[in-house]
Design a protein around this ligand. Structure first.
Ligand code: NAD
Length: 326
């Protein structure tokens, strides 16, 4: 078994690859992994083992069709994580989001088709559905993205669908809620707040903090992806929800409590443009069809995550410096 994983020097993809190399996925203990990642500001080679007998790291761009044509043949499966992933950056400038998330996905799907790859999982997000005031989105819900990030992911989902419908490429799409865990870039809410507090700085909370998100530990997300890879149906979309809905205000309170601080460390700042109020996924399909159940409670996962950042200043401190990690 040979698996190619794009974007695996980032947060979620690297967790998937580390788990796989550690023998964490039954039947894949001997699988060989090729990672394709061009190491943007969000990618960090140190998220993966420096050397491992079953790992090949290729520094490359998913928009590079020639590179993919060289690297892909011989792989049985592809997991596609590579993306520009930060909503705030997409509000400032959307071009790179369209290039990587839309053109990159189409280039990769094309390369998979030509190389005869048997199974592809396209990793997407609940943000493609927009915002919902009550109830929860099923996979059939219309796509109504609100940020350029979400728009580019929605477009990539539609490209994936067309490669299934037109060419029969065995691709499944997953749409997960907000992830948290170790190795997440400090630009994202939880690691940002944790690392700011660890530096004795104040937490900039958007608006009144009433925005609701579902939170899933990265390890549960990656287990769900492995289930979709091995037992999911090609052509299908699977929502992956955490079921643990929290307002940003609650997240802030929990992080403050875990680090022995109080609300005086919080500074309310102007809200993000077009900030979605509430996300909620109906994940009945993956639970009933593939037996997925999250294992890590938010309380336990958050406490472990805070401890990880406390124990790994060498990992996150370079991100707080002007030059970042590279
Ligand atoms: P991340 O920003 O931590 O990592 C993205 C990785 O992709 C980085 O290593 C980066 O170097 C690489 N990359 C970017 N452009 C590339 C290109 N053109 N070619 C090759 N590599 C490139 O992101 P993440 O949080 O790990 O998210 C991974 C995937 O999961 C994304 O597709 C994202 O949309 C999706 N997702 C994320 C979340 C979340 O909460 N983080 C939730 C649901 C879905």
């Amino acid at each position: 078994m040979k698996v190619l994983v794009t974007g695996a020097a980032g947060f979620i993809g690297s967790h998937y690859v580390r788990t796989l190399l550690d023998g964490g996925y039954a039947g894949y203990e001997q699988a060989r992994v090729t990672v394709v990642d061009n190491l943007t500001y969000a990618g960090n080679r140190a998220n993966l083992p420096a050397a491992h007998p079953r790992l090949t790291f290729v520094r490359g761009d998913v928009c590079d069709a020639d590179l993919l044509a060289q690297v892909l043949p011989g792989h049985d499966a592809v997991l596609h994580f590579a993306a520009e992933s930060h909503v705030d950056r997409s509000v400032l400038s959307a071009a790179e989001f369209v290039r990587t998330n839309v053109v990159g996905t189409q280039t990769l799907l094309d390369a998979c088709l030509r190389a005869g790859v048997e199974r592809v999982v396209h990793v997407s997000t609940d943000e493609v559905y927009g915002s919902i005031t009550e109830g929860a989105w099923t996979e059939e819900w219309p796509l109504a993205p609100n940020s350029p990030y979400a728009g580019s992911k929605a477009a990539s989902d539609l490209m994936a669908r067309t490669y299934w419908r037109t060419h029969g490429l065995a691709v499944s799409i997953t749409r997960c809620s907000n992830n948290y865990g170790p190795h997440q870039h400090p630009e994202k809410l939880i690691p940002r707040f944790v690392t700011l507090l660890l530096q004795g700085r104040r937490l900039p909370l958007y608006g009144d903090g009433a925005n609701v998100r579902e939170w899933l530990h990265v390890d549960d997300h990656c287990r769900a992806l492995q289930l979709v890879l091995t037992a999911g149906r090609p052509g299908e979309t699977y929502n992956i929800g955490g079921g643990d809905a929290r307002t940003n205000r609650e997240i802030t309170e929990r992080v403050l409590a875990l680090l022995g601080a109080d609300w005086s460390s919080v500074e309310q700042v102007a809200d993000r443009k077009g900030h979605d109020l509430r996300y909620a996924l109906d994940d009945t399909k993956i639970r009933e069809e593939l037996g997925f159940v999250p294992r890590i409670s938010f309380e336990e996962g958050l406490a472990r995550t805070v401890t990880w950042y406390q124990d790994h200043p060498d990992w996150w401190k370079p991100y707080t410096e002007p030059e970042g990690h590279r």
